[in-house]
Design a protein around this ligand. Sequence first.
Ligand code: AHM
Ligand code: MG
Length: 337
Amino acid sequence: MRVQTLGQFIIEKQADFPYAKGELSRLLRDIGIAAKIVNREVNKAGLVEILGETGETNIQGEKVKKLDVFANEQFIAALKAGGECCAIASEENEDIIPIDNEVSANARYVIAIDPLDGSSNIDVNVSVGTIFSIYRRTTLNGPGTIEDFLQRGTEQVAAGYVIYGSSAMLVYTTGKGVNGFTLDPSIGEFCLSHPEMKMPETGVIYSINEGNYLHFPEGVKKYIKYCQEEDLATNRPYSSRYIGSGVADIHRNLIVGGVYIYPTTTKSPKGKLRLLYECNPLAFIVEQAGGKATDGKTRIMDKEIKELHQRTSLFIGCSDMVEKAMEFMHLYAEKAV
Ligand code: AHM
Ligand code: MG
């Protein structure tokens, strides 16, 4: 079989967009380059003084790990140098980073990134990831503004993630299906390994931080009990698998089938995950693979976004499983009234 690199694949797919001038392709290429650099550092993280916390907290009030900072810097540097986006929004930065240089100021795209998702797993050799989401700017020219980012998830032009796991993989969509590329370290290239990824309609895995059980909405508690019940016809009880790196949990569920839930809790009444950096891009990929993503009521990609770091609850995975969880949410919301 012919090996197809990410670069070759992107160029071939450009033909699907008749008015494309290659900017989106170059943007994806820049992401691939930064991902390889971050992967290199993640791989040698145990060997150098890069593990551990910087001592600072990010704007979410969480401790910043050194690799988070490194990944953030790498992606920002690669995207700035590439010249194909006019602003970057990063989960690690409070405000957007407008790009004000001659090459980029009139670029047509903006990009939102979570440079290192699952940061609590960095020090313990467990998979982490990068999530990205690309929008066409809504402002006309000059450096991008916050307005360019406040678009619904349905407006995404492309989205993807990189998983730094037992191998590194880049998975992305431009709205025409999902394709996955595995990094071949011997040639330093992402190679097409998972063409046209499709999620099973249903699965037997549920992923949720059950430590927060007491604080979950009633519908989620009842759905968890449903997952644990014995029923031959639906292969229950399901298996519980929770890595704590959203990218890794959702990647596994995408391949073998499952549902990932991060609901609202009494501690985080709006949910924990961010709509712009995490939920919209993951929703775009999962929907393109045949799955579903909602906040328990509304489709994630239809949600209005009012601020960069907006949080939401997330139910994402196989369509049958997400629908079942929503049935419980609906039923117990009604009962509560
Ligand atoms: P992060 O981007 O700060 O690493 O947080 C996002 C992560 C998800 O990837 C993961 O599924 C979840 O938060 C884990 O949260 P918790 O430790 O509350 O279960
Ligand atoms: Mg994250």
